[in-house]
Design a binder for this molecule. Structure first.
Ligand code: NAI
Length: 246
């Protein structure tokens, strides 16, 4: 299979979109490092994969803390001997209108979504540069492109992820490390289960394909970016949003 022998680190891999990405990459042959701040959930997810015959290990790390990310990468290198793919998927929301948004909610979302992505890239590039191979996929969001009332922190973090993706793509291209992003729209997960029925309806009314996306819809695009079919693609942002943003 095309990812046979490849080791993939997926942050926020314990559930939701991250878990679906893990499953898709494993189906193509990758060995999984399931990274999450929720240690027990990550352990349970990795155990679930192992029960299906997939090589998967859980690693606990808060992506917002550089030392924890560096330690996790060292542990992966020790356990697996290599690291080929990084999917920066861990993300949070702390929604509220800008005028009432607390500084702590701004800082928390930027720390996980944007700085966490920076921390992940910084920690993996050395082994990837040495191997002259790396595939990095960052999970952005359509709201990083179009904005969204009530998500100043989140939309800014995801717009930042897009800028970071393009810069990293330029800096690491000469080492055969590609850096791309996917921008999901409204995807049915625990994150969006928290939306009010009105907010859900408002999103659905903007989607030409007239349904919410699934974690598997996003996983397919990530699998494409790390496949040999995408070897000549870097710095791109692919929208997985049923046509919400064109
Ligand atoms: P989710 O909340 O179901 O899963 C997120 C995972 O990330 C959880 O397992 C959580 O424990 C982990 N996580 C959170 N903070 C962490 C940290 N500091 N360090 C390590 N792990 C951490 O969310 P979902 O929906 O699966 O989202 C995954 C990614 O997709 C996020 O980056 C999110 O912003 C993005 N996204 C989701 C959309 C949606 O509609 N669900 C739309 C656009 C983007």
């Amino acid at each position: 299979m095309e990812l046979d022998g490849r080791v993939a680190v997926v942050t926020g891999g314990a559930r939701g979109i991250g878990k679906a990405i893990c499953a898709r990459l494993a189906a193509r042959g990758a060995t999984l490092a399931v990274v999450d701040v929720l240690k027990d959930t990550a352990e349970a997810t990795a155990a679930e994969f192992r029960a299906q015959g997939i090589a998967a290990t859980a690693f606990a790390a808060n992506v917002a803390v550089p030392a924890e990310v560096e330690r996790m990468v060292e542990e992966v290198m020790t356990a697996c001997g290599r690291l080929d793919i990084l999917v920066n998927n861990a993300g949070i929301t702390r929604d509220g209108l800008l005028i009432r948004m607390q500084e702590a909610d701004w800082d928390a979302v930027i720390a996980v979504n944007l700085k966490g992505t920076f921390n992940g890239i910084k920690a993996v590039v050395r082994p990837m540069m040495k191997a002259r191979y790396g595939r990095i996929v960052n999970i952005a969001s359509v709201v990083g492109v179009m904005g969204n009332a009530g998500q100043a922190n989140y939309s800014a973090s995801k717009a930042g992820v897009i800028g970071l993706t393009k810069t990293a793509a330029k800096e690491f291209a000469s080492r055969n490390i590609t850096v791309n992003a996917v921008a999901p729209g409204y995807i049915q997960t625990e994150m969006t289960d928290r939306l009010s029925p009105e907010a859900r309806q408002a999103f659905l009314s903007l989607i030409p394909l007239a349904r919410a996306g699934t974690p598997e819809d996003v996983a397919g695009a990530v699998a494409f970016f790390v496949s040999p079919a995408a070897d000549y693609i870097t710095g791109q942002v692919l929208h997985i949003d049923g046509g919400m943003v064109m």
